[in-house]
Design a protein around this ligand. Structure first.
Ligand code: ADP
Ligand code: MG
Length: 282
């Protein structure tokens, strides 16, 4: 079965690996017969009670591609990410991961697919009763494939990569917002999932820390070769990071195109949103 096509299709950008790239191990694909999955949402609808949030969303990202998702507050970005990650189900429409349509699968059948997807949540979602080390180790421990020493070593290595070496025994409550973000990223990526979903990975961070986070995300992606979907209200650095950018507006994808072309998008509302203009249809 052919992989779902991304629209629009574009050759991946050639990027110089950041200085963090050397710390990552080489490409290793375990889950998918040597091929990493693309992810595609087709005609997605989602409402909460009377409040309709998504009304016919089409969106896809190819393996090895970085998709930036933007849109006004409460546009439904987080809701869409959770649907893509298989954490919630749409009212209508389908989400395909590789050649698997999540809608046709039971909860038990979705579990192994969910493990191929790493998600770092906007609200951290760290377990506050676990140490930082245990939080990062959790996805590996749950997978049950490695012994405890290996799991601890992998978690510590990931913590070092996100700049938090030696914080294994801290509790999440002892950390700043930026540190919690980085723990969330470490936990989301520790199993080297082939699809990485980041919800507001740089919210509340200063521009330098934010730039370091994007460099980290790029390094991790270089390692896994997977697809990345990132949501951010820091529109400029997200566009810089992304291959394609989609804008969610009024329940639908108002724009999906090459990242470097979005500032000249045809739709005035898209141009206004990414440029932060006061004048315009928004
Ligand atoms: N579980 C839920 N129950 C009810 N309403 C929800 C739920 N999750 C999200 N919403 C509503 O859906 C809309 C979109 O939310 P969200 O996806 O978080 O927006 P954002 O684009 O800022 O991430 C908001 O109005 C929010 O209140
Ligand atoms: Mg959100």
């Amino acid at each position: 079965m052919p992989r779902p096509a991304a629209s629009p299709r574009r050759a991946p950008k050639r990027r110089q690996p950041g200085h963090l790239a050397f710390v990552f191990r080489p490409l290793r694909l375990r889950w998918y017969d040597g091929e990493v999955a693309a992810i595609e949402a087709k005609d997605i609808y989602k409402a909460f009670g009377q409040a309709s949030v998504l009304e016919g969303v089409d969106l896809s990202v190819d393996a090895g591609q970085r998709l930036g998702l933007i849109g006004p507050a409460a546009a439904g970005k987080t809701v869409l990410l959770k649907l893509l990650a298989g954490l919630d189900r749409p009212d209508r429409g389908s989400v395909a991961v590789g050649d698997k349509d999540l809608a046709s699968l039971s909860e038990a059948e979705i579990m192994p697919i969910r493990r191929r997807i790493g998600m770092a949540f906007q609200s951290y979602a760290l377990f506050d009763f676990m140490t930082v080390g245990e939080n990062v180790a959790f996805p590996l421990a749950r997978a049950g494939e490695l012994d405890d020493d290996t799991i601890r070593a992998r978690a510590s290595e990931r913590l070092r990569q996100v700049g938090l070496a030696g914080s294994e025994d801290k509790m999440p409550s002892e950390l700043s917002g930026g540190m919690k973000k980085r723990v969330g990223i470490a936990r989301a990526t520790v199993t080297e999932p082939e699809i990485l979903i980041y919800d507001e990975p740089t919210a509340g961070l200063d521009p330098v820390t934010s730039a370091k986070i994007y460099e980290l995300l790029a390094g991790i992606q270089a390692e896994t070769g997977g697809a990345v979907i990132a949501v951010s209200s820091d529109v400029e650095p997200l566009i810089e990071f992304s291959d394609t950018v989609a804008m969610l507006y009024d329940g639908r994808v108002a724009y999906h195109g090459a990242a470097d072309e979005i500032y000249d998008a045809e739709q005035a509302l898209v141009r206004q949103f990414v440029r932060g203009d006061l004048e315009g249809p928004l």
